[in-house]
Design a protein around this ligand. Structure first.
Ligand code: ADP
Ligand code: MG
Length: 587
């Protein structure tokens, strides 16, 4: 027999998707408070939220006549028109309240803006109660008791109260990060668990959520292009974690988990963070609502971009730029403070920005020298001439080189501290950055093949490559169309050495088909540059003269990303005099 399901059953089915655990119910209620324009949102949980969830706000409130409707399925005040392209609120599906009401004892007490008094309505596992007068100030309080008690199948899947609480707290903090001007508080089992007052700026709120060290160990990210705005703070590459859990990504104020965005973050930190490690960051992407679809899943944490490629490249370049500008700073390696200093010590990290010293311009001849440099463990010929020891050297960010220890570490004196440089790690980064510059603004040297090589492809592949011949030529790969289904390769980038021309060209054709870009070639060149940098760099264990050491420090100051080696480890650490004094108990 075919029959329409009663509304209560429909709601319960929907509840499985919308509020599959207490954290999800809390999220929906807090989103409603935010959408209502609240300036203050107070939340309380009991037993991880399974026993009790309440959210109290000072927002616009719900008018008496709308209270019953708010509990009806698909009733929303948030969609002005009937299309789903212009979504500016966190909610829009009109599902949360009826869903939660179908699997708990839900009570709403609300006083609307300008109303004489407040009203209360309750729904007990789908059974709607009567409207009653109540008392409260403007705003809304929603309480959900005994979540899933009437749905044993769902109750079975809840984790421990502790685990559910942690998930709910994480959810609340994510929402709070995107709304610095709203004050939040969270109580668990009667105790204050977390609170954050209205913050004067986004960074203050981030510090409240991620800890004060985040402010010291991150750089601001800001970029706007083609109607897309990216802002936020990116952790220094040396400050990384074992999971992507601490990567907070927001699209139009909505916390999201999105592969495209995560991939872009990975690419932005490429070579700066060791494999399998994840930087900490909070990035806010804002774009016109019609360029992103948030209506992919009832929980609204999945999204689709209309133009993913553009979003990705914006994020990658914004991160690279921000990290390069602050590239000298290295976070204090974990554990460095151990052994007596304790928490009193300030983070041991550089805080200067490049720009105080001009980057030594790379002459073309030097560039060529870099590319063809034999892999000889000497400082590359393009190192700037050593600065004579002068009193001012001490005032430069990395100071004046004073000694070399264990033929591996350079000790330098700065205006107010001591800098310890890992000479190999530092030099490796400098060599890589030189090669990159040669790649970016020069034409990498290329070598003619003794015999031009014919590479057979399908017709589409040959056509795509021929269409990009000019761009490829700039990267050092000179080729031309050779009949309908082949290309003829005449020259290859010198840095690739004895390249597997066929393999490279076929990879390129695939790349062009998939991304419209010659990614493979750039990536291979970067790979080669990184390998050459590693092998061509001054080894640990080689003695350096005073001038060589100073030259290394000066080039680090002028080079982007020089705070980390190519494997993401710090290249130097700084100990302020104040830290040393603390070590000796003088402060
Ligand atoms: P949605 O948020 O998708 O509209 P909900 O079921 O979450 O759906 O809420 C239904 C309606 O109830 C909202 O559209 C809004 O008008 C009203 N509402 C819910 N919570 C609040 C609140 N805290 N303050 C003011 N209005 C609210
Ligand atoms: Mg809602």
């Amino acid at each position: 027999m075919l029959r329409r399901l009663p509304e209560a059953v429909v709601n319960r089915i929907a509840a499985g998707e919308v509020v599959e655990r207490p954290a999800a119910a809390l999220k929906e209620l807090v989103e409603n408070a935010i959408d209502a324009g609240a300036g203050r949102i107070d939340c309380a949980l009991r037993a991880g939220g399974a026993a009790w969830i309440s959210v109290d706000d000072d927002g616009a409130g719900i008018p008496r006549d709308d209270l019953a409707l708010a509990l009806e399925r698909h009733a929303t005040s948030k969609l002005a028109g009937d299309d789903l392209v212009d979504i500016r609120t966190l909610g829009f599906r009109g599902e949360a309240l009826p869903s939660i009401g179908s699997v708990s004892r839900l009570t709403i007490v609300s006083r609307a803006e300008g109303a004489e008094g407040a009203w209360r309505i309750a729904v007990d596992n789908g059974e709607l109660g009567a409207l009653e007068p109540a008392a409260r100030a403007r705003g809304t309080r929603v309480e959900a008791a005994g979540l899933f008690r009437a749905v044993p199948a769902r109750l079975k899947f809840l984790k421990s109260a502790r685990a559910e609480y942690l998930a709910a707290a994480d959810m609340l903090k994510r929402l709070a990060m995107a709304r610095p001007s709203v004050a939040f508080s969270l109580e668990h089992d009667g105790r204050r668990a977390w609170a954050s007052p209205a913050a004067p700026d986004p960074l203050a709120r981030l510090a409240d959520v991620l800890g004060a060290e985040f402010a010291d160990n991150s750089v601001a990210v800001a970029l706007e292009a083609e109607g897309i705005r990216l802002s936020g703070h990116a952790g220094l590459p040396t400050w990384h974690r074992g999971t992507a859990q601490a990567q907070y990504l927001f699209v139009n104020g909505r916390p999201v988990r999105d592969r495209l965005l995560q991939g872009a973050v990975r690419a932005g930190y490429e070579e700066l963070v060791p494999r399998g490690r994840f930087p900490v960051l909070a990035l806010f992407l804002d774009l016109p609502p019609d360029r992103v679809d948030v209506n992919v899943h009832p929980a609204k944490t999945e999204i689709r971009f209309r133009d993913g490629g553009r979003v990705r490249s914006l994020i990658v370049s914004a991160l690279r730029r921000a990290l390069a500008e602050e590239g000298h700073r290295a976070a204090a390696p974990a554990g460095f403070h151990r052994g007596g200093v304790g928490a009193a010590a300030a983070p041991l990290m550089g805080r200067f920005r490049p720009g105080g010293t001009a980057a030594p311009p790379l002459e073309l001849a030097e560039r060529a020298a870099v590319w063809q440099a034999p892999l000889d463990p000497a400082l590359a010929p393009s190192a700037p001439p050593p600065a004579p020891e002068s009193p001012e050297t001490v005032d430069l960010p990395l100071g004046a080189a004073r000694a070399q220890l264990h033929d591996t570490y350079i000790v330098a004196q700065t205006g107010d501290g001591v800098v310890l440089v890992d000479q190999h790690a530092a030099h490796e980064r400098l060599v890589l950055e030189r090669m990159r510059r040669a790649l970016a603004d020069g034409r990498p040297p290329r070598q003619a093949l003794l015999l031009p090589e014919v590479v057979e492809l399908d017709e589409a592949g040959a056509e795509r490559l021929a269409a990009k011949a000019e761009e490829l030529g700039e990267l050092g790969l000179v080729l031309e169309r050779f009949g309908p289904e082949a290309v003829l390769v005449r020259e290859t980038p010198a840095a690739l050495g004895e390249a597997d021309v066929k393999g490279l060209v076929r990879d390129l054709a695939d790349d062009l088909a998939e991304h419209g870009l010659a990614l493979a070639l750039k990536e291979r060149l970067e790979d080669v540059a990184a390998t050459m940098a590693c092998h061509g760099s001054v080894r640990a264990g080689r003695r350096l003269g005073a001038q060589e050491m100073d030259a290394l420090l000066r080039e680090m100051e002028a080079t982007p990303r020089s705070g980390q080696c190519n494997h993401g480890r710090p290249t130097y650490v700084e100990l302020k005099l104040a830290d040393i004094e603390r070590l000796f108990g003088r402060r």
